[in-house]
Design a protein around this ligand. Structure first.
Ligand SMILES: NC(=O)c1ccc[n+]([C@@H]2O[C@H](COP(=O)([O-])OP(=O)(O)OC[C@H]3O[C@@H](n4cnc5c(N)ncnc54)[C@H](OP(=O)(O)O)[C@@H]3O)[C@@H](O)[C@H]2O)c1
Length: 203
């Protein structure tokens, strides 16, 4: 396999957007259980800014490559990898490292993308979608007929959760800040949205 140089966007220290800079990194061939993925879309998640600004502890010793979700195409696989082959479309979420042109990803972290899901949608929704998934299936196993109040219903997680709740037949209320966000929440599955700035959602 020809050497691959990954172009990554990293932050060398906590700070504003100005700390982001490009680095070129030589990638080795994929090791056992690894897959070389050429990214076609990456997610820009609000949590990236928490790390970039230093609100969350700096998780590495040096340059931090931000980004927790991405989609792309398999370029090569390491030994022991089954179920993925070059040319296949994939997506994943991992804590950091997605702001990159190419990346070595553990095969165990990858999902194959069906034709019905675009790279952009996959990259933008892996982390938010899995968050909505565990909230509705593990934190609280919602079922048809349940009644749910979901805070920040017009946020990234809330907009996915609202559609999922409606699909499950759950009666869901959202809280959101302002009439436009309330309308957005209603358009994404919530039966009612409460503007917590003007209404007391507890009452
Ligand atoms: N995004 C993910 O993948 C992910 C993963 C795991 C956990 N989470 C957590 O899930 C929650 C929602 O995430 P999200 O991605 O949906 O966020 P988001 O799209 O940024 O939406 C968050 C919403 O929270 C509301 N909010 C209320 N008080 C706020 C405050 N003091 N500062 C900022 N926002 C405030 C705002 O809506 P209003 O204006 O309507 O109040 C805002 O739009 C967050 O606590 C996040 O840490 C997110």
């Amino acid at each position: 396999m020809a050497p691959v140089i990954a172009h990554v966007i990293a932050a060398s220290r906590p700070g504003g957007p100005g700390v982001l800079h490009r680095i070129d990194v030589d990638l080795p061939a994929p090791g056992p259980g690894e897959v070389l993925v050429r990214h076609t879309a990456i997610g820009v998640n609000f949590i990236d800014t928490y790390f970039r600004t230093g609100l969350y502890d700096w998780p590495v010793e040096r340059d931090l490559v931000l980004g927790a979700e991405a989609a792309g195409v398999v370029e090569a696989t390491g030994s022991g990898v089954e179920g993925f082959s070059p040319g296949q479309r994939v997506a994943y979420t991992l804590p950091h490292g997605a702001y990159a042109s190419h990346r070595l990803v553990p095969a165990a972290a990858l999902v194959a993308l069906p034709d019905t899901v675009s790279d952009e949608v996959a990259a933008a929704s892996m982390l938010k979608g899995l968050t909505a998934y565990y909230l509705l299936h593990h934190s609280c196993r919602v079922q048809a007929g349940d009644q749910v109040l979901f805070h920040a219903g017009a946020g990234g997680v809330g907009l996915i959760a609202g559609q999922w709740l409606a699909h499950k037949g759950v009666t869901a209320w959202a809280t959101a800040g302002g009439p436009e966000k309330c309308a957005l929440a209603r358009a994404h599955g919530y039966g009612e949205a409460i503007d917590y700035r003007t209404e007391d959602f507890v009452a």
